[in-house]
Write a protein that binds this ligand. Structure first.
Ligand code: Z2T
Length: 838
């Protein structure tokens, strides 16, 4: 954008400060924003000021594309994807925006010429943590791929005032600290007050007759809340498309103003205001275990109602009718968190827009699709009928009607099968009545998908098998993916540069092209640089560990890393049992030869999940003993990195030699961290679970460290009667490890501290650690041997990256577009911005 129309009409001979891309203009814009936005003289500015000024400089350059995209979407006849998700773990915006705008190098230069360092400024940005883990980060990767593929798309969610808590470790225990991410303002959002939506709650329903004497149902709510849209731009990589993430903030509705000013009940008015704003206050910090709290259901309905009203309003404005909604809108439900959508859409169509039930149902079913993200039975959402009735009385009626019609159909297809009806019913009748959200989502959608091949098969054969028998054609697989822009280009610039030097830069949009790296696998210069880059990435992580944990680690040791939410099914404690075993081997034989290792953990535990918090304490307790023991002599180090997040991930994945993906087979729906490690040249030690299976298929079994029971073997062992104690008794090393833990060897002040952990393993071991222990330990021995062969390890690392192309979220999104959403790219042509004509 050298000279644009704006410059011509106003006779300015230099670039526009808000769109210009030359180093000189970027420097001037940066200084200008420091002065006029931050209100600071350069000599008095701090790093937050630099970050804010640079963000506004970058945001200005996004806006032209963003508004042009909105204009094209407004004018053209298109179909849009709406991704409804209670979580979006976007990661830091500034670095990503610079990458996607192809501005990174120029801004780095401009900042450097201003006497500053870009990477240091990027670190100032609070990491927006509006999600728990995989599910929320997947939503963010999907938005990146949708924009990059030029698909009209919008993310809808909640603008939590407090995201996932910050984790600090005190005396080895997790301590949760509120995440005040909005404290310094958020330069990435634009508030659209004019699009405020009213959301109703509570009250009762009544029947009334319309002017033609026909009966209808009316909902008389007891409470109204306003949803205020906060929009964040989502730029595609090297494209003009900038899509929108629209997050809703809850504020007091009309009744607040009424109460406050007309009745003089100021206390009541304030209470109303607080209750309203509570809805978008805080993210529930649970991953894979729901909390059946009323506020959580309020959050779900709040963002669903806002989003669907927004979609319908926009559609009606453009087309003036609703029968063609499915031709212009595809709504994806990210797990069951937004599944109340099915009932809310029916209510909006029937009660508010006067459609007949059958027509409304056709529209609903052909608009919605549902993604399931877990097989953990306790993670399937259910809401008690009494709660539903008091909060959403009309929706409960609608759900009963949907269920009645559905079960009538089932009865005609499968007469006299009461048990089948009970299993399929949206209402669970055993115990207190409950609404089964997965059943509601499945009945109300035209497509249901799992997130990896094994997961989808298990859905079909197990969790949703009755539905699969009714509608086999609804079920499909969409193996997850991750965006290589954030997870390789931004996180690992040195590796990216080496790759681009060899195969050109188009791999970032066509990740399969990484295959071309295979022809360099024997190039000794290339191999050496590959190793040097990994070494430098490890050094950066080592520096971070020194700064944060005061532990010195050896960059020549294996960086063996497990970062993910702490959960028993993910088996961080299996990793830990093996670490204890290695330590005991050293204690037994101080001269034992062992490939040096640094074990690195990171991850948050749900605050109410006792066993997960105890696992964190156990890792830190073992770390304390191992890291201080002079007998270990540099062979082992154990580090727990506090507050794992998207931004910490960007430091960690590129530094890994070994990726731990050791969940009990059949429990991890997909995993996505496994893909990030692979793309950054780590080898995987893993079970045949989730997407590990497909990673191994792609990279080749000789380049993957496989161990453990299969999902089928796990199931069989469970039905045959699994006795974990048999493994304890027959395996000497395992017995010593568990005894040390149970005896208090790692918790001298509190000998019984880890008893609950050991007892759970010996008496239940729901996740079969003991059954898999020896296979894991043997496999780790092979890893240790393999690492000694530097050349062989380098080959395996290169081949892992070269064959990771399948795991780009671009591939995943293309499959959703073709097979579920039926949407096509829309080209966005830039028009020069001319303030004189605006
Ligand atoms: C979550 O992160 C995942 C599943 C959930 O089920 C909930 C949350 Cl918060 C309700 C994860 C899966 O555990 C993981 O295997 C998968 O890769 C990820 O979702 C994205 O699909």
């Amino acid at each position: 954008m050298q000279t644009d129309v704006a410059n011509q009409t106003s006779n300015i001979t230099v670039e526009d400060d808000r769109t210009g891309l030359s180093i000189e203009t970027l420097k001037r814009a940066f200084a200008d924003n420091l002065f006029y936005i931050q209100g600071k003289l350069a000599i008095l500015a701090n790093f937050t000021d630099y970050y804010m000024a640079l963000s506004y400089t970058t945001r200005d350059r996004l806006l032209q594309r963003w508004l042009q995209t909105l204009k094209v979407y407004h004018e053209q006849d298109i179909k849009t994807v709406y991704y409804l998700s209670a979580e979006f773990l976007m990661g830091r915006h500034l670095g990503n925006s610079l990458i996607n705008l192809d501005l990174y190098e120029s801004i780095a230069q401009a900042v450097k010429e201003s006497g500053l360092d870009l990477t240091e400024i990027l670190e100032q940005e609070p990491d927006p943590g509006l999600g728990n883990g995989g599910l929320g980060r997947l939503a963010a990767c999907f938005l990146d791929s949708l924009a990059t593929l030029e698909i009209p798309a919008m993310g809808y969610g909640i603008r939590y005032e407090f995201g996932i808590f910050n984790q600090s470790i005190q005396h080895g225990w997790q301590v949760e600290i509120p995440d005040k991410w909005l404290r310094c303002g958020n330069p990435w959002e634009v508030v659209r007050y004019e699009s405020t939506v009213q959301v109703k709650f509570g009250g009762h329903t009544e029947i009334y007759n319309d002017d033609r004497g026909r009966p209808h149902t009316r909902w008389i709510p007891s409470f109204t809340v306003e949803g205020i849209p906060h929009d964040t731009p989502v730029p595609g990589y090297q494209t003009n498309t900038v899509n929108t993430l629209r997050l809703w903030k809850a504020e007091a509705g009309e009744d607040f103003n009424f109460q406050a000013f007309n009745s003089g009940d100021y206390d009541g008015a304030v209470a109303t205001k607080i209750k309203s704003e509570t809805i978008s206050k805080v993210l529930y910090p649970n991953d894979n275990t729901p909390q059946g709290r009323q506020l959580r259901l309020e959050q779900q309905f709040f963002f669903v109602s806002c989003s669907l009203q927004d979609i319908i309003r926009r559609h009606l404005k453009k087309y003036g009718r609703l029968d063609n909604l499915p031709e212009h809108a595809a709504v994806q439900l990210n797990d069951t968190h937004p599944a109340i959508s099915i009932a809310e859409m029916m209510r909006l169509l029937v009660d508010e827009h006067g459609l007949f039930w059958d027509e409304a149902w056709r529209i609903t079913q052909s608009t919605f699709a549902y993604t399931n993200h877990t097989l953990m039975p306790e993670a399937l959402e259910k809401w008690g009928v009494p709660l539903f009735e008091s909060l959403l009385p009309r929706h409960l009626e609608i759900i009963y009607e949907i269920n009645h019609r559905f079960l009538q159909d089932v009865q005609t297809w499968y007469p006299d099968d009461e048990e089948l009806l009970a299993r399929l019913s949206i209402i669970e009748e055993n115990g207190g009545k409950q609404v089964r959200m997965a059943n509601l989502a499945t009945v109300g959608s035209h497509a249901v998908n799992g997130v990896a091949a094994l997961h989808t098969e298990l859905l079909k054969q197990d969790v949703l098998s009755d539905f699969y028998k009714l509608w086999p054609e609804k079920f499909n697989n969409k193996t997850n993916g991750v965006t290589p822009r954030r997870w390789v280009l931004l996180a690992n610039p040195a590796l990216s540069e080496l790759i681009s030097e060899k195969i050109g830069g188009t791999w970032l949009k066509h990740l399969d092209e990484l295959r071309k790296l295979e022809s360099f696998v024997d190039d000794s210069d290339f191999r050496q640089r590959w190793r040097q880059i990994k070494q430098a990435n490890k050094q950066k992580l080592a520096d971070y560990i020194m700064a944060h944990n005061c532990v010195e680690v050896d960059v020549n040791s294996i960086f063996d890393i497990q970062v993910k939410r702490i959960h028993e099914y993910k088996r961080q404690h299996l990793d830990l049992l093996h670490i204890i075993a290695l330590y005991l081997r050293i204690k037994q034989n101080p001269h034992i030869q062992m490939t040096p290792r640094t074990f690195i953990f990171g991850g948050k535990a749900a605050p109410g999940y006792f066993m997960a918090k105890l696992i964190i304490k156990a890792i830190n307790a073992v770390a304390d003993v191992v890291n201080r023991d002079p007998d270990v002599h540099g062979r082992l180090k154990v580090v727990f990195l506090a507050n794992f997040s998207a931004s910490l991930g960007q430091l960690i994945y590129p530094a890994a030699d070994l990726s731990e993906q050791i969940s009990t087979a059949g429990k991890e729906a997909s995993g996505t961290g496994n893909m990030k490690f692979t793309m950054n040249g780590a080898l995987t030690i893993g079970t045949l679970d989730g997407a590990n299976i497909e990673i191994r298929e792609e990279v080749g079994e000789e380049n993957f460290f496989l161990f453990g029971l299969t999902a089928a073997e796990v199931e069989k062992m469970k039905t045959d009667g699994y006795k974990p104690r048999d493994y304890y008794e027959s395996n000497e090393e395992l017995r010593h490890v568990l005894d040390r833990l149970a005896m208090g060897y790692f918790s001298p002040g509190d000998k019984d501290l880890f008893k609950p952990l050991v007892d759970s393993l010996l008496n239940h071991d729901d996740y079969m650690l003991l059954a898999d222990y020896q296979a894991y330990a043997d496999c780790q021995d092979k890893v240790g041997e393999a690492y000694k062969d530097v050349e062989q390890w380098t080959t395996m690392s290169i081949l892992n990256v070269a064959r990771s192309g399948k795991f780009s979220s671009d591939r995943t999104i293309k499959e959703y577009c073709d097979e579920i959403w039926h949407v096509k790219p829309v080209n966005v042509e830039l028009e020069p911005y001319d303030p004189a004509k605006a």
